[in-house]
Ligand binder design. Structure first.
Ligand SMILES: Nc1ncnc2c1ncn2[C@@H]1O[C@H](COP(=O)(O)OP(=O)(O)OP(=O)(O)O)[C@@H](O)[C@H]1O
Ligand SMILES: [Mg+2]
Length: 340
């Protein structure tokens, strides 16, 4: 099962609309999808009119207590192939309880590892902060999908989020591949068009090609308790979310996206250089600066084993987040990456 967190600590940038309608679009492509509302505000739960007595709060609580969860309690069917687990305000106090545990960021993953056999995708609607619920989501995810709207702050705020992905990589040896999604874009406005071009330059291949345009019917669907395909399947919103699902599905059918990070002060540029670049510097393999001293690239490689290093000016550095190394012919070390 592929797990996608829809995440951005900035409020109102389109997380819930994206999570609900991406999940619905994936289900229309015959994928079996589990959508989970991980936000104590429970917006996704209201947007689908699926309030219930048994929520993600109960599931996480029972998981921490190693209690059995009955399958019939877990999922509400929304439409064919789309299943849902709702949230409740009680999730906020559960987050508090989690903070005292050693496995505080692994509880959701524990549940999803068990539930995973039944689904192709899980889509997680995260709250607008980087607390323990969001960390649980990221620790369980294959991809972090970061919606940004045409307000520059929605992008600037994501530097801390990328720091957290770096920390996950450091502590857990693994982090979800992060991709940005432009959302609520009004392509008729010249400001938006300029913004889109600027963001494309800034984010390069970290930005998905699909753009979610502003569409009132997306808002109407949510207030009427439906996803867009049940509300108006021939709308612009439905069309955009179908393109997004196709793009996400093509990303994830290639199991070979590997995020690499380097944290180092005072660098002006960083490249990853390895046997996949013939050990030459190549603009396609230039890392993006995503925080004060944090650099990132999502590598797309075919299955296989690769040797690489980071090249920063004149210095060759092995990947500090990758413990797997091999001797190089010059008496030093190369980092080794195995893409399965
Ligand atoms: N593409 C769109 N077209 C029109 N309205 C949209 C679009 N995307 C989101 N909206 C509206 O913008 C508002 C914020 O969207 P949404 O609730 O998805 O953001 P959020 O990031 O989940 O917010 P929060 O951080 O509070 O959870 C909602 O009223 C939603 O209906
Ligand atoms: Mg929301």
């Amino acid at each position: 099962m592929k797990v996608i967190s829809v995440v951005n600590q900035k409020g109102g940038c389109g997380k819930t609309i994206t999570a609900v309608n991406l999940a619905a679009a994936l289900s229309k492509m015959n994928q079996k999808v589990l959508l989970i509302d991980l936000d104590p505000q429970a917006h996704a739960t209201f947007a689908l009119k699926k309030e219930s007595d048994f929520t993600i709060t109960d599931i996480l609580e029972k998981t921490t207590q190693n209690q059995q969860i009955h399958q019939k309690d877990i999922y509400r069917e929304v439409s064919p192939s789309l299943y849902f687990i709702g949230s409740s305000i009680g999730l906020a106090s559960l987050e508090h309880t989690l903070s005292t545990r050693n496995d505080k960021i692994d509880v959701l993953k524990k549940f999803l590892d068990k539930a995973g056999n039944n689904f192709d995708y899980a889509v997680l609607d995260c709250p607008p902060n980087l607390g323990l619920l969001t960390l649980n989501a990221l620790a369980a995810s294959t991809y972090a999908l970061i919606p940004i709207n045409t307000c520059y702050f929605s992008l600037r705020g994501t530097a801390i989020l990328k720091d957290i992905l770096g920390m996950l990589k450091e502590h857990k040896q693994t982090a979800p591949g992060a991709f940005y999604l432009l959302s609520q874009v009004d392509l008729r406005s010249s400001f938006s068009r300029i913004f889109v071009d600027k963001i494309k330059d800034e984010l390069g291949n970290l930005l998905l090609n699909t753009i979610i345009r502003t569409n009132t019917q997306l808002r109407e669907a949510a207030s009427g308790g439906q996803h867009i395909f049940d509300y108006k399947s021939d709308s612009r919103g439905a069309c955009d979310f179908m393109s997004l699902a196709e793009e996400v599905n093509s990303l994830s059918s290639e199991t070979n996206w590997t995020p690499l990070f380097l944290r180092k002060n005072g660098l002006s540029e960083v490249y990853v250089v390895g046997d996949f670049t013939d050990w030459k510097k190549n603009e396609e393999f230039k890392l993006k600066k995503i925080g004060d001293d944090l650099w990132n690239i999502n590598l797309q490689l075919n299955k296989g084993q690769y040797r690489y290093k980071f090249l920063t000016g004149q210095d060759w550095i092995i990947d500090p987040y990758n413990k797997k190394t091999e001797d190089d012919p010059f008496g030093g070390k190369n980092s080794v990456l195995i893409v399965k």
